[in-house]
Design a protein around this ligand. Sequence first.
Ligand code: ADP
Ligand code: MG
Length: 299
Amino acid sequence: MSRAVELRDVVKTYDLGGGFKVEALRGVSLQVEKGELLSIMGPSGCGKSTLLNMIGGLDNPTSGRVIVGGIDITDMNEENLASFRLERIGFVFQSFNLVPTLTSLENVELPMILAEKLSSKEATERATDLLRLVGLGKRLHHRPSQLSGGETQRVAIARALANEPSIIIGDEPTGNLSSEASSKIMRFIQHLNRTLNQTFILVTHNPSIAHASQRMVYMSDGQIIKKPAPLSETPSKEVLLKERRELTLAELEWLRKSIRNLEELRTGTRPDLYKQSMMEYALRWALLKQSIRELGLEV
Ligand code: ADP
Ligand code: MG
């Protein structure tokens, strides 16, 4: 049985002209087995979408090899890539990308009609089945604008399944959904992954979505990296104490300066402002004195 995806040392460089280049992928190697549910995580701009574009045959790499469902698509021309995409890949994007003027049924039929493998009657039957599978049997004739975000994304998933793709790739598929709708879609994707053995590769920002997948891959700066350290580890007591001392001293300095400036206000034309500031500073000074005592600062 062939692998779902095999990337070998894939480099993608965008030439911006005038000698400017962006290295979006800097040597990525990745294997995805059939039936896996894989999440790709990483900060904005690290190359996640570019990686999905390589796997989905939306673009050619600068170097390296891209093998999807046993087919080497590295050097395919646009015409062959177009039929590869239609027959082998299901796409689910953040912004849904359904045809707004078509009903759910017509949107799901479309890839089957384009692939010309089924008669139009068979395409309608399969589209109906798929929409039932995603729980939208009662929304066959709704247009995207008449559906909720979660429902729209389920239509997109039904459409992605239409031509029995080797892989479904999703670029932040839950990015535009409420957290409730996101976890519902994610449970649904897990269900399809298990029952149909459907391979999914998802890019997500959302750690809880990523945790619902079997495997996570992290990217940084155009490369796959080992699991990164958590962004904010709880600082030690010593660090917190040092930080509090610094903040207290900084506030003390600020207060001293403010009180010096108060002299000017006293002789000015706004006695009300002077009184108000005095009261405010007195209060702050009382609080600050307490912190200074607690921290054992000598001032
Ligand atoms: P991510 O999806 O992780 O946010 P992308 O794969 O979209 O990152 O982008 C990776 C890098 O490549 C970014 O610096 C981005 O600006 C650049 N990039 C992406 N697509 C293009 C393009 N078509 N032309 C030029 N630069 C691009
Ligand atoms: Mg992206």
